[in-house]
Design a binder for this molecule. Structure first.
Ligand code: 6PG
Length: 236
């Protein structure tokens, strides 16, 4: 059994969660800006964050001092509906948050090796450690693009890894991915795990139980960053 359990906030539905999570995030980012003059926010993609992104973008904090980067990216063209950069541009970088700086991970104009090198250089230039990393989770227990059975998973979930960004191919992912490694994600000042729906709540219970990280990579965050992690969960 895990020694320290992350803080957890439960909500009846995604609408209530989005409002509370956006307020919590905006307060944290503004505090970072007040204390350090800037803030680095790392966000996940997929379908779950849409409502939360729209709520967060409506908060009038000093976004000119905030940099946003993806926790992972699908290696597709940036205008693809599967692009996390497109999701972030269309649903988060608008309203008040349009003033934030965005650091994408992928660049489909480059060869895979050049793209990976460019992504590592771009992340190395950011004001690390991140002030907040927001993770999602798949029903298979993956987070960011740390998928069970992925090549390079050992490097991705290793907090001591050299790489800041790792290229991943996995049975559970329809396309190759670029993902931030544990070296970036698990060193963040604060982390949040955003999950919605009964199936993911059941996955979370299994992930909180004993078992190898390789089987459910979200365990790396639940175990190694428990003190700095807050779970935002909605049953519907
Ligand atoms: C991605 C994400 C990934 C996501 C989960 C959950 O690019 O796919 O960063 O880790 O958080 O796959 O995705 P859903 O919200 O779509 O269920």
């Amino acid at each position: 059994m895990i020694l320290t359990k992350p803080e957890r906030r439960d909500f009846a539905d995604g609408v209530a969660l989005a409002a509370a999570f956006a307020q919590w995030t905006a307060t944290l980012l503004q505090k970072s800006v007040d204390e350090r003059g800037e803030a680095l926010l790392i966000v996940s993609g997929g379908t779950t964050p849409r409502r939360f992104f729209a709520a967060l973008a409506s908060h009038a904090i000093d976004w000119t001092r905030v940099t946003i980067a993806p926790a992972d990216e699908r290696c597709v063209a940036e205008d693809s509906p599967r692009s996390n950069a497109r999701l972030i541009r269309e649903t988060l970088l608008r309203d008040h948050a349009a003033a934030a700086r965005f650091a994408p991970l992928a660049d489909s104009r480059l060869s895979p090796d050049q793209e990976l090198a460019a992504a590592n250089a771009r992340i190395a230039d950011l004001p690390l450690p991140a002030d907040l990393v927001i993770l999602g989770m798949g029903e298979d227990g993956h987070t960011a693009s740390w998928f069970p059975g992925a090549d390079n998973l050992a490097e991705a979930v290793n907090p001591g890894a050299r790489a800041l960004v790792v290229r991943i191919s996995a049975p559970g992912a329809p396309e190759p991915r670029l993902t931030l490694s544990a070296r970036v994600i698990l060193r963040a000042r604060a982390l949040a795990l955003h999950i919605e729906g009964a199936a993911k709540l059941a996955t979370l219970e299994r992930a909180l139980d004993q078992g190898p990280i390789e089987e459910m990579p979200v365990r790396a965050a639940l175990r190694e960053a428990a003190e700095r992690l807050t779970i935002f969960a909605a049953s519907a």
